[in-house]
Design a protein around this ligand. Structure first.
Ligand code: ATP
Ligand code: MG
Length: 410
């Protein structure tokens, strides 16, 4: 038997109803907030991710699905910010009046160890806002994420925020952090040793518990807890916090939060759930004011986030599924096909007994289908141009004309 690949899943049955529920909420919330959907290709030039995600990240170093075709190196997208930025530059969107706001959803691919909440093909929903450096844009993307999560019934979530400062304050901090870590460097994991050279800030969110315990040392903690960001970055962060307060959005400042990608500056944030076990991050994002320029565009400030759809699905239990309105039982296939078409055109969710062997079998199927009404088209009904309708909840039954039927099930 050929099976789905490790770390990938078919989505069907009850589960797909949940996805539709979330996707409907997504369209409603993001359209209202004036975001436009952007659909980018699933594969891109490998170089886009190497430059756009950063070559000190786990994503680029260990997790990409890369293949070669006719001498070109291509990669299945591991995330979509780089793709959105590429599209923004390629279509000259800097000419549009800012903010330029996108949302996207679709599959992403990372070669990771599959476990609960972690797949190799997973789906993200994300937003990106271009052209605004004011903290109002940071507040807007965070608030939209929270509104969306509330809309799908998720309230028990924790928002963590931090500011990484600008390139200037970060380089200062980086040097101090490196100096504090140096005496202990040989104890850190191999990944951290590599990060020490390429992007030492990322050592702060190493998942290795031993590395975490070395970071807990006082000399290192003093650097982490110091107010290293410059006055301008401080002001930006204070304003963001005041906007979140105004919107009644609760948050914790977590100075260890640096996020896994190389391109962030100033604001970074994560939304976590306590009921997800160790894969607890639902949403991650931040500001990336230099990425557009890094990828060859005109310097443009930007801020965005991405959510893991599978992790959202694991948190949702309460959602509405649309029920069948009508189930037609008849031995006359022609009449049934015609009636099904009329009912569907009128907007009723309709199914019929395609085998049409006998009424009692058809009736069993109607009950099993969960339909509100069984519609019976026997010979008598057909000759009188009527139907018999049975309410499957109340068991009440009547023989009526089509016109009366439409009035009834409206
Ligand atoms: P994590 O720390 O869980 O690996 P990350 O920092 O790699 O997350 P991002 O790249 O910021 O995650 O992606 C945003 C969101 O996408 C995550 O918060 C998570 O909900 C989801 N996500 C990331 N990787 C996976 C995966 N392999 N399987 C399922 N969901 C994922
Ligand atoms: Mg990851």
């Amino acid at each position: 038997m050929i099976t789905a690949q490790k770390g990938t899943k078919d989505i069907y049955g009850e589960e797909i109803n949940k996805w539709h529920f979330v996707e409907n909420a997504m369209r409603k919330i993001f359209e209202k907030a004036n975001y436009q959907e952007l659909r980018t290709p699933i594969f891109e030039a490998t170089e886009l991710f190497a430059r756009g995600v950063g070559d000190s990240t786990d994503i680029v170093n260990k997790e990409m699905y890369t293949f070669e075709q006719k001498g070109r190196s291509l990669t299945l997208r591991p995330e979509n910010t780089a793709g959105v930025v590429r599209a923004y530059i390629e279509h000259g969107m800097h000419r549009l009046s800012p903010p330029v706001k996108f949302y996207y959803t679709g599959p992403m691919f990372r070669y990771e160890r599959p476990q609960a909440g972690r797949q190799r093909q997973f789906h993200q929903l994300g937003v990106e806002v271009f052209g605004i450096d004011a903290p109002s844009a940071d507040a807007e993307v965070i608030a939209t994420a929270i509104t969306f999560l509330n809309e799908i019934g998720l309230k028990d979530l924790e928002l963590e925020i931090n500011s990484l400062g600008c390139e200037k304050c970060r380089s200062n901090f980086r040097e101090k952090l490196k100096a504090a870590i140096l005496p202990r460097l040989d104890k850190f994991c191999d990944d951290c040793k590599m990060r020490y050279e390429k992007n030492p800030l990322r050592m702060l969110d190493c998942k290795n518990l031993e590395c975490q315990s070395y970071l807990a040392e006082e000399s290192i903690q003093n650097v982490i807890k110091s107010e290293f960001i410059c006055t301008e970055c401080q002001e930006h962060f204070e304003k963001l916090k005041s906007y979140l307060d105004e919107l009644n959005i609760k948050y914790n400042v977590n100075k260890l939060l640096v996020r896994g990608l190389d391109y962030y500056n100033r604001t970074v944030f994560e939304i976590k759930s306590n009921s997800l076990g160790s894969q607890n991050a639902v949403c991650g994002g931040g500001r990336y004011d230099s990425l557009v320029e890094t990828l060859g565009g005109i310097k443009t400030p930007a801020v965005g986030w991405a959510m893991g759809m599978e992790r959202l699905m694991a948190l949702i239990s309460d959602f509405k599924v649309s029920r069948l309105d009508a189930y037609i039982i008849s031995q006359s296939t022609k009449e049934t096909l015609k009636l099904a078409q009329i009912l569907r055109q009128k907007g009723y969710k309709t199914e019929f007994d395609m085998q049409g062997k006998n009424f009692s079998k058809g009736f069993e199927k109607a009950l099993k289908s969960g339909a509100k009404y069984a519609i019976i088209l026997g010979e008598d009904e057909i000759s009188q141009n009527k139907i018999t309708i049975k309410n499957l909840d109340t068991k009440e039954q009547q023989t009526i004309t089509l016109e009366e039927l439409f009035n009834k099930i409206e």
